[in-house]
Design a protein around this ligand. Structure first.
Ligand code: 13P
Ligand code: SF4
Length: 325
């Protein structure tokens, strides 16, 4: 989705989740950031988990991991600023080795990406010779370089089903692997250490308690949650698929089982819906703040670097995924 609301429109969007004095400060910075973007031909990509000021204020494109990877592959800007976590910015660099790719805080990591190393993948491959390896994009470029094809939560099943083998090694998210295993006849070999520190916090009891209070509740979860949680939900999918499911549902009361900023951002899109509160904050996503975004453009920091041999190998896995859709 393309985005650049007017300052007035933006104020109305931010009022749903921010205090008036915070909005004034943010709007000043947003105007400065927008000016720098134009001067330097920068494309800003904003993940659905960014806070509303970063998400609506300065993004050129917003979306889930797959949507933003596609935008990164298509852009003709000189510089890409990725407002998301490091593995996402690395994927943008892999797809655009000749461009400058910036991230406002290089320490914005991911518990899934940190759970696995290239050596772990090589060991698994030697334990299961000939079995294709699918990696969820939430991993480093060096891990992607060891694998056959990437996927995101929006196309994981499609990617797994596209492979001819009866068995698939699926890394690094153990819960996404469990969710996929329930939908395919293929044998899924997973990596038990890989968990999202945000989505592993949710339990089916969170949902059951809310359903008692709101009998018409529409529960939408991310497939990084364990299967008892997605099993209690009405829909499970990527962050953008969650938004689409809410758009299509006639129900008013919505429970989002995911990162906190997602509900803040969707309140602005669906003013007629009631978002029943439960959420967990991703400390990595929250490292990307508006002042840091401004500093990133002012000082052209922090540049994402990936060695050329890793780019060459990881790119094949990412492009193979993008071709599948
Ligand atoms: P999406 O691909 O659904 O945007 O998910 C990315 C992510 O990190 C979820 O925790
Ligand atoms: Fe990683 Fe979970 Fe944060 Fe997404 S929400 S970036 S999977 S730690």
């Amino acid at each position: 989705m393309i985005i650049e609301p007017t300052i007035q429109g933006l104020r109305a969007q931010l009022e749903r989740s921010m205090m008036p004095h915070e909005i004034d400060l943010s709007l000043e910075l947003i105007e400065k950031i927008r000016k720098l973007k134009k001067e330097m031909n920068v494309t800003v990509l904003g993940h659905n988990y960014m806070t509303p000021d970063v998400f609506y204020g300065v993004s050129d494109f917003i979306g889930d991991s797959l949507g933003l990877a596609r935008k990164a592959a298509e852009t003709d800007a000189d510089i890409i600023l990725f407002n998301g976590v490091h593995f996402m910015a690395e994927t943008a660099k892999v797809l655009n080795p000749e461009k400058k790719v910036l991230i406002a805080d290089p320490d914005a990591g991911c518990s899934l990406a940190e759970s696995i190393t290239p050596e772990d993948v090589r060991n698994l491959k030697s334990q299961h010779p000939g079995v294709p390896v699918v990696t969820y994009v939430n991993c480093s470029a060096a891990v992607k370089a060891e694998t056959d094809i990437c996927c995101t939560s929006s196309n994981a099943l499609k990617v797994v089903e596209s492979l001819e083998s009866d068995s698939v090694i699926f890394l690094p998210d153990a819960y996404l692997a469990k969710n996929i295993a329930q939908q395919t006849t293929k044998k899924i070999i997973s990596w038990e250490k890989g968990k999202c520190m945000v989505h592993e916090q949710f339990t089916p009891r969170d949902i059951q308690a809310a359903r008692r209070q709101y009998p018409d509740l529409f529960v939408v979860s991310h497939p990084e949650c364990d299967t008892p949680v997605t099993g209690e939900s009405d829909f499970a999918g990527s962050t953008s698929q969650m938004e689409d499911a809410i758009r299509q549902s006639p129900r008013k009361n919505i429970m989002l089982i995911t990162e906190c900023s997602m509900a803040d951002n969707l309140r602005a899109v669906f003013p007629e819906k009631n978002f029943v509160s439960t959420c967990q904050t991703c400390p990595h996503m929250k490292k990307i703040t508006l002042p840091k975004v401004y500093e990133a453009l002012l000082n052209l920091q922090f540049e994402v670097e990936v060695p050329q041999d890793i780019i060459d190998r990881a790119r094949k896995s990412v492009e193979r995924m993008i071709a599948i859709g």
